[in-house]
Design a binder for this molecule. Structure first.
Ligand code: AMP
Ligand code: MG
Length: 347
């Protein structure tokens, strides 16, 4: 199929383009949309055939449910059973990078929810995404726009790499502001929250809204082989670069010393802090922002991992992120990409 690539910078001035994308969604087509987290592979969430098309285009197992995107937090009523805590979360974080799991209503087909009785709801803040959802008049089911097993796409060139010829339209809305997928929470029976996937809405931010926030055992890595994760996506192998990916732990001096030795020994790629680029001059250096600038690290991570694959290094190194604040989301993506390989280089 031929894929139309459409750049939309201003959804108000470009309402005709918004309508074109929305009409494709309503007609059961697939449209990749920009969001503030990562690009999403969108289809009509109320149409079982659209859900099937999404799974096929992405190469995703169909028991891995899709997040439905709405343009007003109150629209959740039409598709899910909400409660007081949902509205507290909506007031604090929506529109924005938070996904809430709620019991589903019959308006959402099981194809969309991977067979589950619950549905994941998110109201994105990206103006283009929001305008397309509103114009479509239906919620948009949209998993991250990457072929299953690849890093999420944070710029249109990566979407084109994965989906040219496989979707009806790709809407170019520039680089994703956040760069990591949304935070996912489940509202538990006792009006608490369970964090299923960390993202830009941090654990601490959730604690400001709810007294009882727990972290999913899957995230803590304490799930045994025969247990099922609450968020089915967590059981699937996450992106792993073709080369071995190792996270380094230790103080700065030991890490630099270790990397300098490694640079002499082999073709290693390093996801380094900007300040380290000079110290490590030469080699395959992929700066991810200044030390401590977690927002930039988050924004650049997936693009840098995609770049690594094009460089065919012998091995890839990165600093292990601290788990505080946004660091937990970075840690979660990186530890999975590295298949839990951590090396302590402190002597
Ligand atoms: P992605 O769409 O690629 O951001 O991935 C969506 C994530 O949301 C996956 O990890 C899913 O398992 C999770 N998810 C979606 N719907 C549900 C649900 N109803 N219950 C639990 N997790 C969900
Ligand atoms: Mg994904």
């Amino acid at each position: 199929m031929e894929t139309v690539v459409l750049k939309i910078e201003d959804p108000v001035k470009q309402s005709a383009q918004i309508e074109r994308a929305a009409a494709l969604i309503r007609d059961g087509g697939l449209v990749v949309i920009p969001t503030e987290t990562v690009y999403g592979l969108g289809g009509d969430a109320t149409n079982p055939l659209s859900a099937q098309k999404i799974y096929a285009a992405k190469g995703r197992p169909s028991d891995n449910p899709l997040i439905i995107h709405i343009s007003d937090p109150r629209d959740a009523e039409k598709y899910a059973f909400t409660n007081e805590l949902y509205y507290k979360l909506a007031k604090a974080f929506m529109p924005g990078p938070l996904t809430v799991i709620l019991p589903k209503k019959d308006t959402v087909p099981r194809e969309t929810t991977g067979g589950l009785d619950t549905v994941a709801v998110r109201c994105p803040s990206n103006a283009v995404a929001s305008a397309i959802i509103r114009a479509a008049g239906v919620p948009i089911a949209a998993p991250s726009a990457n072929i299953s097993g690849r890093p999420s796409a944070t710029a249109v060139k990566y979407v084109i790499e994965d989906f040219d010829g496989r979707v009806d339209m790709i809407v170019d809305g520039g680089e994703s502001e956040i760069g990591l997928e949304s935070t996912i929470v489940l509202i538990t029976e006792n009006n608490g929250l369970m964090l299923l996937r960390p993202g830009a809405i941090t654990y601490d931010a959730l604690c400001c809204v709810c007294e009882n926030v727990t972290i999913s055992p899957t995230l803590e890595g304490t799930l045994s082989e025969n247990e099922h994760p609450i968020s089915p996506g967590m059981k699937y192998r996450h992106y792993a670069p073709s080369a071995k990916f190792v996270l380094l732990d230790g103080n700065e001096a030991s890490i630099i010393k270790f990397l300098k030795e490694e640079q002499k020994r082999c073709r290693c790629a390093v996801l380094c802090y900007d300040e380290e680029a000079e110290l490590l001059s030469g080699g395959l250096l992929l700066p991810i922002g200044k030390r401590g600038d977690l927002k930039t690290h988050a924004r650049m991570l997936f693009a840098r991992l995609r770049e690594c694959d094009t460089l065919s290094p012998d091995i890839i190194y990165a600093h292990i992120p601290d788990k505080a604040g946004l660091g937990l989301a970075l840690y979660n993506r990186m530890i999975r990409a590295a298949a839990h390989t951590v090396l302590n280089v402190e002597d």
